[in-house]
Design a protein around this ligand. Sequence first.
Ligand code: NAP
Length: 445
Amino acid sequence: MTDRTLKVALLGGGTVGAQVARILLDDAEALTARAGARLELTGIGVRNVDAPRDVDLPRELFTADAEALVEGADLVIELMGGIEPARTRILQALGRGASVVTGNKALLAQDGAALFDEAERTGAELNFEAAVAGAIPIIRPIRESLSGDRITRVLGIVNGTTNFILDAMDTTGAQFADVLAEAQRLGYAEADPTADVEGLDAAAKAAILASLAFHTRVALDDVRCEGITKVTAGDIAAAQDAGFTIKLLAIAELVRDADGSEGVSVRVHPTLLPRKHPLAAVHGAFNAVFVEAENAGSLMFYGAGAGGAPTASAIMGDVVSTARRLVQGVPGRTNTSTRDLPILGPESVTTSYSIGLEVADQPGVLSRVASVFAGHGVSIETMRQRIDGAGAQGVSDADAIPDGRAELRFVTHAASEAALAATVADIRNLDVVESVTSVLRVEGV
Ligand code: NAP
């Protein structure tokens, strides 16, 4: 048994922090054997030292003085969340040469560059396995296991709340607002669900995944983001009819610019996926990340994307491996942004699209719409028509087509966003088109 001790400061004693403290205290012996040093929890920095906690932890460990706690630490675990004071405390730790483990995706996506620069300057380590997809080991596989390969694309279901909502819409046929209310009642969605349903949480994770996969610094502002609030029960039903499911995907991919040079595209949007795609089988609040690499081929990582104990597992993995390197005096892994690829805009990305239209139910409409597609060089893969009015079997009132109208759903072959936007604008102007009800991207075909 070692007599070496590492002082561990924990900032945050909430959902995840309390579970991390529990593991550090309850599994102390096993952790010592694996880390090669005793991990001494020196304190837990919180706002209110007297707040009730889910886990029974020694009262004397809690402090409101996070700055003093960091000052004496060899290793700092940051689980406060948000930008400040998390940013200042992490910079304080790294500046002193103390390594940091964090699950703070918002901070990493917004200000990761400053944190990694400071870690590089002082030789301290900054690890963040828990920042993307909770318990799922995805950061280390991308950063280390695949560092000898060339990753070409990462597709992730990285937000449990939106996957829960879309999955429930898919299985029950209910509308977004009703399912969101149910998700809030069950505790799968927060009272203010904006960060989840508008895709912002997934965008932060997409930026982190893209930075690692493509050795390029990608910030939150580089991610094009569209949430799930506009996805209707009609979109889901039409997707089902055509053999698809709708998922909110974080997509990071290597793409070629018009002049043939390589760049990175990072985006989050509701996406039609063929039901046979492995990500289509990810149900409820689970997460999964699908990685495509030149030599490894396709890999999928699946599991719990959130929750106190699952996320604490990822934190503790980082803590043990960081501690082991501290004990051995081996420098830790730093982030490589060696490629520094340009972030490419929508004009460089081509995808298939699903487009829903409400049109007049009369002869000749289809050929007029089809000729607009052809005029912009967008080719149609499939087209379906629906005329079910109110009272038709299996059709809810909200989903019924008004008399005299028809719904057309097209799936296109790969097209550029510019060609698609021009097509949709011209279709909208046709007198026989009542409305364009949805425009969704399709992946995995
Ligand atoms: P949480 O339950 O809200 O807990 C936050 C903790 O930080 C609380 O103990 C709070 O103190 C403390 N804190 C907040 N602001 C502080 C301040 N200004 N000074 C001192 N202490 C402060 O958060 P969480 O769910 O555990 O999440 C922690 C981090 O893990 C976040 O970055 C989150 O994104 C990330 N994460 C969470 C999950 C998850 O499933 N929850 C999954 C993956 C990643 P009080 O207790 O006194 O209020």
